[in-house]
Ligand binder design. Sequence first.
Ligand code: IDP
Ligand code: MG
Length: 150
Amino acid sequence: MIERTFVLLKPDAVQRGLMGEIVGRLESKGLKPVAMKFMRLPKELAERHYAEHKGKSFFPGLIEYIISGPVLCMVWEGENAVASVRTMMGKTNPQDALPGTIRGDLCQQTGRNAIHGSDSVDSARREISNFFNDYEITEWKRSIDPWFFE
Ligand code: IDP
Ligand code: MG
């Protein structure tokens, strides 16, 4: 099933110069970018994005972290894209994330785990609409698609 998922490269990924590495992994997998935006999140948007965690002990620190510098907000499309990106990210705590995953290969701690990816198709829909207008999502045909999709 072709799906869309929302991916955000967090301030640590940007500061550490890992945008190219992570975008490269998603591209190589065959996922197709349909939206990208580099920005510093307004606090209100950060709190809306992480609303499910409001009230938890780590919430204030999470918001401070996510607004501490620019982030790269993206929408990626592909086969089973939501679960596929979650698998590529690895577990939330990088110490539990397997080698070969983004967090497993590149991160040390839960509070600096480099990447967000939607956890369900419903979350993806909600998150995409929080960050992007319809006209910012670009439908395009990729000439190599027949080499990814039979
Ligand atoms: P996920 O990013 O793998 O979906 P969630 O449980 O949804 O993980 O948590 C959202 C984000 O909140 C995590 O990626 C991480 O940045 C932060 N976070 C979660 N739990 C903790 C914690 O115990 N300490 C610090 N940060 C946390
Ligand atoms: Mg989550």
